[in-house]
Design a protein around this ligand. Structure first.
Ligand SMILES: C[S@@+](CC[C@H](N)C(=O)[O-])C[C@H]1O[C@@H](n2cnc3c(N)ncnc32)[C@H](O)[C@@H]1O
Length: 226
């Protein structure tokens, strides 16, 4: 499918999901129709996200332990963490994405689960993860719906653990652009991670080398040790 047709299809799915008051429902339709084909899912590229991979070299990022990947798509970031030696759980709201992960990585040690970020099980919070990875999930949910999505992410970080987040960025005072997805995130919105008990360790604001270039934030938040 040519990029304009794919964009038009996504715009239609997003509009109808929002009209139903279910802004995360359209992902399932997209993944189901794609049937594992990465050319039909704009963010899928058969490789771990380069900004996440570069972030793994930042000071204080754990080198092993329990990791949680949210909105994992086809699982390339989760597989990269497993290859680094993490014990990985990865979830996505779209059942067809998780089926795609299992087909694409049949011998994977990653625990793939169908889960909604807004309804995570208590054991994620109670057990906690040494590393929580958020790449482009919250930005795929418009305001105001995503506001309630930051706290559950923070909750999953164990004492002493970190959240590594990579996202499209916008100024705090910039108008919220209704033309997404994606819907860029502001530093002020990420204050919800701090309200959830995390402490900011690093914040990078950069322009990527895509064509056209995008403003990105890469942030590391840590939960203080108990
Ligand atoms: C833009 S994609 C990014 C996927 C992947 N992280 C990547 O970088 O390739 C956003 C992902 O978040 C998932 N997602 C959206 N809303 C979600 C929710 N409420 N709970 C869990 N996953 C969600 C979508 O199905 C999709 O796979």
């Amino acid at each position: 499918m040519d990029p304009d047709a794919l964009r038009a299809k996504i715009d239609g799915l997003v509009r109808s999901a929002r009209a139903r008051g279910a802004p995360c429902d359209w992902f399932e339709s997209l993944y189901r129709d794609a049937d594992g084909r990465t050319d039909l899912v704009p963010w899928a590229d058969d490789a771990p996200n380069p900004h996440f991979m570069a972030g793994m070299a930042l000071p204080g990022i754990p080198t092993g332990g329990r990791a949680l990947v949210l909105g994992c798509g086809f699982g390339d970031d989760a597989e990269a963490l497993a290859a680094l030696g993490f014990e990985v759980t990865a979830f996505d709201v779209a059942k067809s994405a998780i089926e795609g992960c299992r087909r694409k990585h049949p011998d994977s040690p990653v625990r793939y689960e169908v889960r909604d970020l807004f309804r995570l099980p208590d054991h994620y919070r109670l057990d906690g993860f040494d590393l929580v990875l958020e790449v482009y999930t919250l930005q795929a949910i418009p305001l105001p719906d995503r506001t309630a999505g930051f706290a559950p992410v923070a909750d999953c970080v164990a004492p002493g653990g970190v959240l590594l987040a990579v996202m499209r960025g916008r100024d705090d005072e910039a108008d919220f652009d209704l033309e997404g997805p994606p819907w860029p995130i502001s530093r002020a919105e990420c204050g919800a991670f701090e309200a959830g008990g995390l402490i900011l360790e690093s914040w990078e604001d950069f322009t990527d080398d895509e064509d056209p270039p995008n403003r990105r934030f890469r942030a590391v938040f840590r939960r203080p040790s108990a």
